[in-house]
Design a protein around this ligand. Sequence first.
Ligand code: ADP
Ligand code: BMX
Ligand code: ZN
Length: 304
Amino acid sequence: ALAVGIDIGGTKVSVGVVDQEGRVVAKSALKTDLTVPPGHMVARIAESVNGMMAEHGWNYVDMMGIGIGAPGPLDPKAGKITCPPNLPSWKDFTLAAELQKRLPCDIRLENDATAATLAEKWLGAARETDHFVYLTISTGIGAGIYLHGKLITGATGNAGDAGHIVVDPAAGQCTCGQYGCWEQVASGTAIARQASELRGKPVTAKQVFELADQGDSEMLALVNKVYRYVGVGCVSLINLLDPDMIVIGGGVSQVGAPLFQAVQQYVSRHALNPSGRETAVVPAVLDQDAGLIGAAALIHREYA
Ligand code: ADP
Ligand code: BMX
Ligand code: ZN
């Protein structure tokens, strides 16, 4: 049996078909275009899904459903994005209903990081643990919380919006209105913004890490500051939730070993350590597909 997974982010949308074992059997990507109304993005997404199905000779009878992971805040029951600070034009957008008009199949919606959490538990780094936090460092920062063998989604389905915990009140204002949110200082967007300010011209997050690697001292200082901020946020999550493991995915996690070493070291030094707790900080095994497989897992897996 197959399911469609749709992972909507602030930068890109991944669309794919995933089988019952979690294998991605078809996949394509779109750029998130904030200059067009969300209805246009939905049309592009539907076109991509329908194109993929036609190409493989699948029809909707073959599909158990469509799972969507999207940035929040959102209303999973109503299938609606409510007031996303990073997708301002998507305010009160009835995403599931709009997609339903074009894709005749059951649709489930959850936060993108929440969906990716399911995938890492199912097939990824957290298979063996019942207590972990999944973190995406991407356009923003999002988290999913899995404790006592259960996904924790909260009263409205929005638990884990960790990008908006404050790590430095002296830092600038976040899209949510607070000052010094985690994603305001350590997301991919924040890394690019800080570097661009320093250089007086556009610099991407990927370039920041490349320049730092080549010995650029200004970019190296920025990278180290970002690693420390990632560590600071992880320590707060560990002290609050007592997970065995923090799994990190999202575009920025592609930096790899230097990020994981720096954050692990910060966590080992600073997280409270009752009865020998040592929380591992590890990469998402499903890497850049965690969100996509997680979206499909909303259909394939029991989670609520
Ligand atoms: P989305 O937020 O749409 O889910 P991604 O998970 O790809 O998308 O995250 C996008 C962010 O990741 C952007 O800020 C981008 O600059 C950054 N990014 C992408 N590739 C890399 C890389 N190789 N190294 C560091 N940052 C990266
Ligand atoms: C933001 C928030 C979260 C989301 C996280 C990662 C918005 C639009 N979304 O903190 O709900 O999980 O970003 O989203 O404010 P991504 O687009 O970076 O993958
Ligand atoms: Zn914020």
